[in-house]
Design a binder for this molecule. Structure first.
Ligand SMILES: *Cc1c(COP(=O)(O)O)cnc(C)c1O
Length: 357
């Protein structure tokens, strides 16, 4: 066994997934389980489907291939609007994609012609978060594109909230999105089946009592994986937060002054650190750093531990207030936030350990 290690509690993840699916189902919503935050670990993909998620959604074709290679058949939804260079792969290996550009739809239609297949897409509308998506007044023009691309079907319209600018979903902007679906139906003359109303952050709107007969899909990652909603700055009270943990080993324990000795320049990453002089304190170093994880997203399990700083390979802790003696070789556990999870699962240095519970 090597450290650092990311423990993934599959049973707890399944509980979260089932709870989210039930919550959504009661409101006429189906769930696309989002796997990108955990680099599409196949066991996680499988439990999302077993828990009732209708789609597996990921931002990367590589991750979709990872699940396919493990025998998972999807259906797969590509979350990032596709690169022209991945369209061949997309049509071959996924079942649906988010899109926002006419050019991409035209290229997709040509690729479909080549492969003698049809392909479904969800047209993204920018509701103010300013990442991907058409402006609402481009809808008619996009309908023209779809009409000229008969192999590409507009399965739905969708929006992102809180991804880039932190703009929150509301009853108002979700209703606008649903209205756009009806407008698109009028242009296209066929039913827009899906109105994809956002991600984890949209759960709150429905918790607060909103529902809409047309808004019928959410794409949920963080809520299931961590029980958190970072855009809404909250732990979701009806989900578990103990799904993942990072373990790392103590490699030094020593009393040191809390104020550095000597002239202070910048640290290894170009930041000029500041210090509070608390006198001599007991410190520990654990063998984990920026090559493994995003240290700002680590939260010690133990009370009495404060993270002081991190370099590429070392995390320094103030353990003066810890209620037990710490020794070299001890293992410390940390909660991870979304950024730390993402860094850990994509670092070649972190071993992922799957646990039944
Ligand atoms: C990542 C992503 C999601 C999932 O977001 P969570 O906040 O993890 O639920 C949904 N939609 C798109 C387009 C994404 O890129």
């Amino acid at each position: 066994m090597t450290y650092p290690q990311l423990n993934v509690h599959l049973g707890r993840l399944a509980q979260n997934a089932e709870t989210v699916v039930r919550f959504c189902k009661d409101r006429g919503i189906s769930v696309a389980g989002v796997t990108k935050g955990i680099r599409a670990i196949p066991e996680v993909g499988r439990l999302l489907l077993d828990s009732g998620c209708e789609w597996l959604a990921d931002s990367r074709m590589d991750n979709i291939h990872r699940m396919r290679a493990a025998g998972i058949e999807g259906p797969f939804l590509l979350l990032r609007i596709p690169m022209p260079d991945e369209l061949e792969d997309l049509v071959r290996s996924a079942d649906c994609s988010l899109v926002s550009m006419s050019d991409t739809i035209a290229l997709l239609d040509r690729e479909c012609e080549r492969q003698q297949k049809d392909f479904s897409v969800i047209l993204m509308v920018d509701m103010g978060d300013l990442r991907e998506g058409i402006w609402p007044d481009e809808l008619r023009q996009m309908a023209e594109t779809f009409r000229a691309c008969p192999r590409v079907r507009c399965l739905g319209v969708g929006a992102n909230f809180g991804c880039l600018s932190g703009v929150l979903p509301t009853p108002k902007n979700l209703t606008v999105l649903a209205d756009l679906a009806e407008e698109m139906e009028a242009y296209l003359g066929y039913r827009i089946e899906v109105v994809s109303g956002g991600a984890t952050s949209s759960l709150k709107v429905f918790e607060d009592g909103f529902s809409h007969p047309r808004v019928n899909q959410l794409r949920v990652g963080e809520g299931i994986l961590l029980g958190r909603d970072v855009t809404g700055l909250r732990n979701i009270p009806w989900l578990r937060q103990d799904t993942l943990s990072l373990e790392a080993q103590v490699i030094e324990v020593r009393r040191k002054p809390s104020f550095p000795i000597g002239e202070i320049g910048a640290d290894a990453f170009g930041n000029v650190p500041t210090f509070e002089d608390k006198g001599v304190r007991l410190r520990a170093i654990v063998a984990v750093g920026r090559q493994d994880v995003r240290p700002e997203g680590l939260f010690p399990f133990d009370k009495g531990i404060e993270i002081l700083g991190a370099s590429s390979d070392h995390l320094t802790l103030d353990v003066e207030d810890l209620d037990r003696a710490l020794r070299v070789g001890d293992i410390l556990s940390f909660h991870v936030d979304y950024g730390a999870m993402l860094a850990a699962v994509t670092s070649p240095y972190v071993e992922v350990r799957l646990l039944e519970e």
